[in-house]
Design a protein around this ligand. Structure first.
Ligand code: ADP
Ligand code: MG
Length: 437
């Protein structure tokens, strides 16, 4: 294995067993925790969040490239969120067939019509990449997707002077297995004397209200910032009341992270539109070097809209399905379609507008590395692993001024190569660290 963990180490069973025990205890001691699947809403039983035994080699140059392109990506997401014409055009075909995106878009339109109550925008993104291995041995960084919703927080809270007058509300899921990831952020805020509260959609439905100035109140407390950790999947909206609650928060004076237009800017359809010739140039008119920096991380992305271009995509995908991933407009893992299943799905939808609910993407081929994945109830065995690098970005815009725009950290997730899809929460990938080589 090139520049990775030496084989003598990987194959030394006694050493691996010792390391396994030490590593699990270290994870518990350092607070790398998750609640158990059985009792996701209680801390009586917690366990380590799944992780790799060894760090995974990542070429230093590519790692630095991913960090460097993060602030341009923040700018891009923010510009898209402020460009209603672009969003409308980019999402038109998706809205026609995808009810979830259509509903989000309706909220976006209503907010535009009413005028935004809050000129401060807080963006927290995570752009995910895999290393595409070329035949000549070189590898290049290709974006999997950008997450504008439910990424991490970073140390930007001190930039929000308004916050001291009210609380930061974490809008959390019903099942709170990943609470420790959020508790870190809550603790950071508390350390800065910023109170946080944890509320569910249900709380907002029952007690949420706006006053005359559109200040948001939930359970009697004024909310300065809504940090959404829930609401990116259709199943999060269990009733019309939940949709009303989302609209209420969007209409309010509270700073939303993300706001509805930034949420829409993170859709896979927008990602595909950005890959079209001339689109990045529109957002960075006089900055060819920024356009180049961003474009270098794009994999091939293809439309499935009705018309000759989409027809070409269908033919290409049916001819060589193994070269591609078929993606619906969904988040959260486990939705993508691979291999022969692409043909099954496309055969069913290729002649109808239903196909517009998907985009097609080149499959990225990272070099597998051997590692051990530590996960509760799973016997330890060596696996061929693929890794995905995520880079966190944070920005604050007030009106037209970018007050801050920073790259605020990274995340490496690793999974066994037998799985095509999946994240940590989905139970497929585990936490890892880049070993820069
Ligand atoms: P989600 O919103 O569900 O996280 P992603 O686009 O991130 O959707 O895809 C989920 C997973 O599928 C990724 O974490 C990655 O493992 C795999 N995947 C997605 N796109 C590609 C691709 N183009 N090539 C290889 N693997 C991919
Ligand atoms: Mg993803």
């Amino acid at each position: 294995m090139a520049q990775g963990i030496p084989n003598e180490v990987l194959m030394n069973a006694t050493l691996i067993k010792d390391l396994e025990d030490v590593a699990k205890d270290a994870a518990l001691l350092r607070g790398v925790l998750m609640r158990s699947q059985e009792t996701p809403n209680s801390s009586e039983l917690v366990t380590y969040a799944p992780f790799t035994l060894f760090p995974t080699p990542v070429p230093k140059a590519v790692f630095l490239q991913a960090l460097a392109v993060q602030t341009p990506y923040n700018t891009l997401v923010d510009k898209i969120s402020q460009d209603p014409d672009f969003l409308q055009e980019a999402l038109a075909s998706t809205i026609a067939v995808d009810d979830f995106t259509a509903r989000l878009f309706r909220i976006h339109q209503q907010i535009l019509k009413e005028g935004r109550s809050q000129s401060v925008v807080l963006g927290l993104n995570r752009s995910d990449y895999m290393l595409d291995q070329r035949e000549d041995g070189s590898s290049s960084l290709k974006q999997i997707e950008i997450n504008t919703f439910a990424a991490s927080f970073g140390g930007l809270s001190s930039r929000m002077p308004d916050v001291h007058r009210a609380v930061v509300m974490f809008l959390v899921e019903e099942s709170q297995r990943n609470i420790f990831d959020q508790r870190y952020i809550e603790n950071e805020l508390w350390k800065r004397n910023i109170p946080t509260i944890r509320k569910r959609f249900d709380n907002v439905c029952k007690t949420g209200s706006l006053d005359q100035e559109k200040r948001l109140f939930v359970d009697g407390q004024e909310v300065a910032v809504v940090y959404f950790r829930n609401g990116y999947m259709p199943q999060n909206y269990i009733s019309e009341k939940t949709w009303d609650a989302r609209l209420l928060m969007e209409r309010s004076l509270a700073v939303k992270c993300p706001d509805i237009s930034t949420h829409l800017a993170g859709t896979k359809k927008v990602q595909q539109m950005l890959a079209r010739p001339g689109v990045l140039e529109k957002f960075f008119p006089n900055q060819p070097q920024v356009v180049e920096q961003i474009r270098a991380t794009f994999a091939g992305l293809y439309t499935l809209d009705m018309g000759p271009e989409g027809d070409k995509t269908v033919i290409m995908a049916l001819a060589t399905p193994d070269r591609f991933v078929l993606k619906p407009q969904r988040e959260g893992g486990g939705n993508n379609i691979y291999g022969s299943e692409i043909c099954q799905v496309l055969e069913g939808v290729k002649d109808s507008t239903e196909r517009m609910a998907y985009i097609l993407m080149d499959k990225i081929h990272p070099t597998p590395f051997q590692n051990y994945l530590l996960r509760r109830h799973a016997p330890l065995k060596i696996s061929n692993c693929l890794s995905e690098l995520g880079v966190f970005g944070a920005y604050v815009r007030q009106g037209k001024d970018m007050v801050m725009n920073e790259c605020v950290g990274h995340l490496l997730r690793t999974k066994s190569s037998e799985h095509s899809d999946g994240g940590v929460a989905a139970g497929v990938a585990v936490l890892d660290n880049p070993l820069l080589v």
